[in-house]
Design a protein around this ligand. Structure first.
Ligand code: GTP
Ligand code: MG
Length: 604
């Protein structure tokens, strides 16, 4: 059997996972000398590159001193926690990165809980020790306390510690050691990560953790072999999560090294490979020995906490900007997504309406963003938390929220969060005029708070949250304080009208933008909605007063990104998404009907 180690790199967002994988790849000599390697190579898809965050877990492999090390890079953002959960079972240990300055953060807790519960003994990597504000010793203590809180075993509490600066490419076992290279980390991996269990002599047992697609070969399952061997051309049995068994032939077997993928003839126990030939293969499915199929347990991961309705675009501009607009197309696309993304699910309800359930606003935004890039048009509604009933009690998801901000903003933020039913659990000075606040807050209270938070803290605050647990429903939380400026005309916005309207609030549109009756063109400065006319031009008189138009000074509109818009809307509003535009609209476009319903609600 081949000498193999399988590890996942886990951490809170931005603690340096992908950067560390870059260095592991480089320093193991995986890239050839002429290869031009960009930064954070594992963040390979367009949105990951644009945003500088990892969204999907991805695997790579290196050879170090004759040992194959399979490495899975995972995302640190809480919304993609499902990606971490799905890969933890595929590895025999984890590198737990913790920023030497930030220390234990919400998602550190989440990933540690998952890793410990699967029995892993993490290698703790205190990263970014180059930071002047870093305090590696304090952070090691924090990690120890966290493990203890989470009922770690004696063995898990006795975790190996490596100090590193991933970006600068060095690691060391003692802070007093010289800064050289990653050798100490490589050695720790070889010594501390258990070798894979199982045996090549046993019947095949392999489980899929990620899917891929190729136009020529079709659906591809990326999988870990837990027992036996698998060969190109061999006939094996695919066992689905529901127990269904389907015989099939391995039409392609693919191995990994660095960024390369290549055909291989055979692979054995402990390895990670890609397999094609099975049309219906999904995440969590097993491939087994046809003579004695012993499938692995399907994967269990945390349930979704948030839902957003995706609906067919029925605005007056529907179909003018996108390629795919029908309910069927949207349905197909969502189905394809859920095949590969086990942390999400969806259901159709009513004509052309789909409820998409996921872990957070960002996760759902990324799906919507991908869809608009592919040419889809649709509408999405305000995110709602998913509640459930346990022993007759209505329960809702709660989150652990950590905020770092300049001291002087603490008061305002504590008050704001109080109105959103947050309960403060900790407040510590972080030095240099910063304070860390910790809260437990219903997930509902977080919807739509980001922009407000950034405004309140002048962009200097950082907030992070991660799922805690379901708790009894906590009552009404405060929402948007401002009404909407709603267009009462169809046409194109005119500079002159916008100029006259901009005193009433913040505009979302600029001259020549298309508008329609019921479209929200701005935020009203007061708490009520206001119907306005954005297309009215200046009365033309016969005498042209020269230069009059130049006198108009327009305030730049607030640009509504998909995320801003989704955060901003209330229950009676929708976001219209097309490949070219993001518009906010009233659910009910007709002003008369809208007013009648509003009145009814007020008096009911
Ligand atoms: N000072 C310092 N910065 C680092 C170090 N390692 C990584 N960074 C920086 O930290 C930022 C985040 O790095 P990433 O590697 O993308 O972090 P990540 O953990 O993969 O982030 P997600 O995948 O989005 O959770 C980048 O700007 C890196 O350059 C380090 O050792 N020292
Ligand atoms: Mg990353």
């Amino acid at each position: 059997m081949r000498d193999i180690r399988n590890i996942a790199v886990i951490a809170h967002v931005d603690h340096g996972k992908t950067t560390l994988v870059d260095e592991l790849l480089k320093q193991s000599g995986t890239f050839s000398s002429h290869q031009n390697v960009e930064e954070r190579v594992m963040d390979s898809n367009a949105i990951e590159k644009e945003r500088g965050i990892t969204i999907l877990a991805k695997n790579t492999a290196i050879d170090y001193e004759g040992v194959r090390i399979n490495i899975i890079d995972t995302p640190g953002h809480a919304d993609f926690g499902g990606e971490v959960e799905r890969v933890l079972k595929m590895v025999d240990s984890v590198l737990l990165l913790v920023d030497a300055q930030e220390g234990v953060m919400p998602q550190t807790k989440f990933v540690v809980k998952k890793a410990l519960s699967l029995g892993h003994r993490p290698i703790v990597v205190i990263n970014k020790i180059d930071k002047p504000g870093g305090d590696p010793d304090r952070v090691v203590d924090e990690v120890f306390d966290l493990f203890a809180q989470m009922d770690a075993t004696e063995e898990q509490l006795d975790f190996p510690v490596v100090y590193a600066a991933a970006r600068d490419g060095y690691a060391k076992l003692a802070l007093s050691d010289e800064n050289k290279d990653l050798t100490p980390l490589f050695q720790t991996i070889l010594n501390e990560v258990p070798k894979p269990e199982g045996n090549d002599e046993n019947g095949l047992q392999l489980q899929v953790f990620t899917l891929d697609y190729d136009n020529f070969i079709g659906k591809i399952g990326i999988a870990r072999i837990f027992n036996g061997t698998i060969s190109m051309g061999e006939t094996v049995v695919l066992v689905k999560a529901d127990g269904e068994k389907i015989k099939g032939r391995v039409s392609k077997l693919i191995g990994f090294k660095g960024m390369e993928r290549f055909d291989i003839k055979q692979a054995g126990t402990g390895d990670i490979v890609a397999v094609a030939g099975f049309e219906t293969i999904d995440v969590g499915d097993s491939l087994c020995d046809p003579n004695n199929p012993m499938p692995l347990d399907p994967m269990h991961i945390e349930e979704p906490t948030l839902s957003v309705t995706f609906a067919v675009n029925d605005s007056p501009l529907a179909g003018t900007e996108g390629k795919f607009v029908t309910s069927n197309k949207i349905n197909e696309r969502l189905a394809a997504e859920m095949n590969t993304n086990i942390a999400m699910n969806y259901e159709q309800y009513g004509e052309g309406k789909f409820k998409v359930n996921g872990r957070g606003e960002l996760q759902i935004c990324i799906l919507a963003e991908n869809m608009r890039r592919e040419g889809f048009e649709f509408c999405i509604g305000r995110p709602e938390v998913i509640t459930k009933v346990e022993d007759g009690v209505k329960m809702e998801p709660f989150e652990h929220l950590v905020i770092d901000l300049p001291d002087e903003h603490s008061g305002a933020i504590i008050e704001k969060l109080g109105k959103r039913k947050a309960n403060m659990t900790n407040m510590v000075p972080m030095g240099e005029g910063y304070t860390r606040l910790e809260f437990e807050i219903p997930a509902r209270g977080l919807i739509g708070i980001r922009t407000e938070f950034l405004t309140e803290t002048k962009g200097e605050g950082v907030m992070n949250h991660s799922f805690l647990e379901f708790r009894p429903y906590s009552g009404v939380v405060e929402s948007r304080k401002y009404g909407a400026l709603v267009s009462m005309e169809n046409g194109e916005a005119v500079g002159y009208s916008i100029f006259n309207l901009q005193d009433r609030g913040i505009m979302f549109v600029k001259p020549q933008d298309k508008v329609y009756v019921g479209m929200v063109i701005g935020q009203h400065a007061k708490d009520n909605d206001l119907d306005v006319n954005p297309i009215k031009g200046k009365q033309q008189s016969n005498v042209r007063s020269s230069g009059a138009d130049e006198a108009i000074k327009l305030v730049p509109p607030r640009s509504m990104s998909l995320e801003n818009a989704l955060e901003w809307i209330e229950d009676d509003e929708l976001v219209e998404v097309t490949p070219k535009s993001v518009r906010v609209r009233k659910r009910e476009l007709d002003p008369t009907v809208r007013k009648r319903t509003a009145k009814k609600e007020k008096f009911s």
